[in-house]
Design a protein around this ligand. Structure first.
Ligand SMILES: Nc1ncnc2c1ncn2[C@@H]1O[C@H](COP(=O)(O)OP(=O)(O)OP(=O)(O)O)[C@@H](O)[C@H]1O
Ligand SMILES: [Mg+2]
Length: 255
């Protein structure tokens, strides 16, 4: 970070409105044989604490590439990424693992629960990485399952639960370390409409009641309506970034 950038970040800190996510000019290049193309093509995005953002765009537009960068599962070839003021692209692997643990929870389209492992043990897993003692792990795991309305399912294995219940276990797992940011890549992609709505209402309450910042990928406008801000990708670029209220006006005019 240059001197001027550092000064800008500090100024925002003191005003108490620092962005939780600050991505500047991110470029991610993939090469296939002779050809190479930019899956992220100069992407800049800021997200404030407490925002609920939908990432939209057609298949292949770069949504997951962007989410993987936010989750530090992948690095851009160039650009900058600050999470809660921390430069995420120049951390050693221990500090990066700690930031991941402290600052973010992940929810995936395919739930990604560990099979033959109870709901409670699945939820408790991130706390093992964090070195929390067993008694506290179980207490916090139970509390997280209670928050997602699955208090009576703690001993159930993933294959004994519905898709919506499994996704709620995954959300409880994302909540258990009390990270401020939840990253969700098509969390309703494998769910029917009714269950999708339940899960989305749940994300809304996490955002409104617990103040979680949420970045959520979806293809579906009906799902995006539950968020507050719509960011649309096309060919690796952000082509639209609007408050939901604005986006709805245009959407209604189009249809
Ligand atoms: N590891 C990789 N190697 C080469 N190309 C890749 C790799 N990962 C992604 N891509 C390409 O980068 C582009 C963006 O992929 P990405 O997964 O971000 O799309 P997406 O918007 O999430 O699509 P979908 O809605 O289908 O999930 C695509 O053209 C994809 O084929
Ligand atoms: Mg994707």
């Amino acid at each position: 970070m240059g001197k001027q950038d550092a000064a800008a970040v500090l100024r925002e800190c003191f005003r108490g409105e620092m962005n939780l996510i600050e991505v500047r000019h991110a470029i991610k290049t993939y090469s296939t044989g002779e050809e190479s193309f930019n899956a992220l093509d100069d992407v800049s995005l800021s997200v404030k604490k407490g925002e609920f953002v939908a990432i939209m765009g057609t298949s292949g537009s770069g949504k997951s590439t962007f989410m993987n960068m936010l989750g530090t599962l992948d690095k851009p070839n160039s650009g900058e990424y600050y999470l809660d003021g921390q430069d995420m692209l120049h951390l050693d692997s221990d500090s990066l693992a700690m930031m991941r643990c402290e600052k973010m929870g992940f929810v995936f389209q395919g739930f990604n629960l560990i099979s033959r492992t109870s709901a409670l043990d699945n939820v408790c897993l991130p706390m093992i990485y964090k070195g929390i003692p067993e008694k506290e792990r179980i207490e916090r795991g139970r509390k997280a399952l209670e928050i997602v309305g699955l208090k009576n399912r703690e001993d159930h294995m993933p294959n004994q639960m519905s898709g919506g219940q499994q996704q709620r276990v995954a959300i409880a797992r994302a909540l258990v370390n009390d990270a401020p940011l939840i990253l969700a890549d098509e969390p309703t992609g494998n769910l029917d409409t009714k269950t999708s709505i339940e899960v989305m209402k749940f994300f809304v309450s996490l955002n409104e009641k617990l103040g979680k910042t949420i970045v959520l990928v979806t293809h579906e406008p009906d799902i995006a309506e539950y968020t507050q801000r719509i960011v649309k990708f096309k060919d690796g670029k952000i082509v639209l970034d609007q408050p939901k209220t604005e986006w709805l006006k245009h959407r209604n005019r189009e249809t």
